[in-house]
Design a binder for this molecule. Structure first.
Ligand code: FES
Length: 512
């Protein structure tokens, strides 16, 4: 296999205590509020509720703070690329103000909570920059600076940053932050438990029945009844409102590299150029910082990921010649067609099932904001930005993006079936790689591990039946339609799919 930079693990996962210490649900449970999914949105929601005196159970299919939240870049910012001019066009000046206020409030909330609870989560207050190297983008940056300022953020257009390469212009927003997300969230979970909250790991919820109370069923057959349920599973499972049709999945690659502290830029940075590049740093021992570079966006299952890491590494070496790669990982996002997260009532027919999803790459502030909004909602309060994030909203301006997203899904649904299988026979699949192979008339996802052992599973995604594709750097099957991810043995890594890919028998001669 091609040599890849750094070792394959998220720095956030490696540098905070391992989880898996909470019990698996072993019986039926009756609680006030059940929160499904222990990423940042689920943890913050459960913590806010427990602090307000509600009986809460936080239920996670795998381990807490170890899914998408463990693989973020952890910028804690109300500046979300070049988003304010667009939000102003879609939601008006008032909508842009509410967006800015709610996201900045989330940044301040993390600072206040970590100070109050004494959480050492490496929180650093820094300026954020959305920049461009090309002069062609200056006009757009100036318009964004105006829109962000009008929305109430401390924003300005500047022509210099402390990046070690020139920019044509940038939108600078002061009072933003970066932190260690797992150190913050694991401390919140400890406090949640101190406040009487229950936490269950390795407990996958597979069914949701609406009613009073709401009933959940776990994979092991246990029942959870709750007055309210929050679905915070990144991509929403049990999606009766079909939000998945309004979310576009993307994956992006992350490289971390050690650099001398005196060469480290002090802010957080993003450009839409070069297929997006995002830069931040983190403390990394005496005299050193960890440079974290993100980019190479792609729809899951549609890119040569090894090549993507190569491009990102070349870009990093070019701009930070002292960088010594230490880690690599990948992040997954889902972005609503109108760019504003869905947080609130799951669908118009329920007052007891709530959802938080669609953070579009800005899950830190949006996850914290979701916790505040949903906890208030469950307590019967309505924050001023509740309507802005209401999943029930629909705008005419959203229609072209919605149609484009659906055309992309249809293209994968039909087109991927018409393509020839990626390998003619199981024998053609190289060690350490995977390919689609037709076996006994069925399209199978066939993986051969580095020792030569072959595993075959159905190539049909268990969400809605698109064909999965192999990610050659992370050795996983990915669905290009809505972003489900599966391990090489077919087990679910990431929804919306909740069921594994079915095992398939191998032809006798090929059984590895
Ligand atoms: Fe929807 Fe695969 S994720 S069909």
């Amino acid at each position: 296999m091609t040599h890849l930079p750094g070792h394959h693990e998220s720095y956030w996962m490696e540098s905070a205590p391992a989880t898996g210490v909470h019990p698996t649900l072993a019986g039926d449970l009756d609680v006030d509020v059940a929160v499904v999914g222990a990423g940042i949105a689920g943890i913050c929601t459960a913590w806010e509720l427990a602090r307000a005196g509600h009986g809460v159970a936080l239920v996670e299919a795998d381990r807490v703070a170890a899914g998408v939240t463990g693989y973020t870049t952890a910028k804690l910012s109300a500046q979300h690329g070049l988003r304010y001019a667009r939000i102003e066009r879609t939601f008006g000046a008032e909508g842009a103000k509410l967006y800015a206020t709610s996201q900045q409030e989330a940044v301040e909330h993390v600072a206040a909570v970590s100070a109050e609870l004494g959480i050492d989560c490496e929180l650093e207050r820094v300026p954020g920059y959305a920049y461009a190297e090309s002069a062609d983008a200056v006009e757009e940056l100036e318009a964004e600076a105006r829109a962000a300022r009008d929305a109430g953020l401390p924003a300005s257009f500047v022509t210099a940053t402390d990046l070690p390469y020139p920019v044509a212009g940038a939108v600078r927003v002061d009072r933003q932050a970066q932190f260690h997300p797992r150190k913050y969230l694991l401390a919140l979970i400890d406090d949640l438990v101190r406040n009487g909250g229950q936490v269950y790991e390795r407990t996958r919820v597979t069914e949701l029945h609406e009613g009073t109370p709401v009933r959940l069923t776990t994979e092991a057959g246990h029942r959870i009844t709750a007055r309210h349920v929050v679905v915070a599973t990144h991509y929403p499972v049990f999606d009766r409102a079909m939000l998945f049709a309004r979310l576009e999945p993307t994956r992006e690659l992350v490289l971390a590299a050690e650099i001398p502290a005196d060469r480290a830029p002090r802010g957080i940075y993003i450009t839409q150029e070069q297929n997006t590049r995002s830069v931040r740093t983190a403390p990394y021992g005496d005299g050193r910082r960890l440079l974290i570079v993100t980019g190479e966006h792609f729809t899951p299952g549609t890119a040569d990921v090894v090549e993507g890491y190569g491009k990102l590494a070349a870009w990093t070496r070019d701009r930070f010649p002292d960088a010594r790669f230490t880690h690599r990982w990948a992040a997954q996002d889902n972005t609503p067609t109108d760019k504003v997260p869905f947080v609130g009532r799951f669908h118009p027919g329920t007052d007891h099932v709530h959802v938080a999803t669609g953070f579009g790459g800005w899950g830190m502030s949006s996850g914290v904001m979701s916790g505040r909004l949903l906890a208030a909602r469950i307590a019967g309060d309505r924050l001023p930005w509740a309507d802005l994030y209401d999943p029930g909203r629909l705008h005419l301006r959203e229609a072209p993006a919605l149609l484009k997203a659906q055309a992309s899904v249809a293209r994968h649904f039909v087109g991927d079936r018409l393509r020839p299988s990626h390998a003619d026979a199981v024998e053609d699949v190289e060690p350490g790689s995977g390919a689609l192979v037709r076996i006994g008339g069925h399209r199978c996802a066939v993986y051969r591990d580095p020792e030569g052992v072959v595993t075959a599973v159905s190539a049909r995604c268990t969400h809605l039946g698109c064909l999965v594709q192999f990610n050659n750097a992370e050795r996983a099957w990915e669905c290009p339609c809505h972003g489900s991810r599966f391990d090489t043995d077919g087990s679910v890594i990431h929804g919306p799919a909740t069921r594994p890919l079915e095992p398939r028998p191998l032809p006798p001669a090929t059984d590895g």
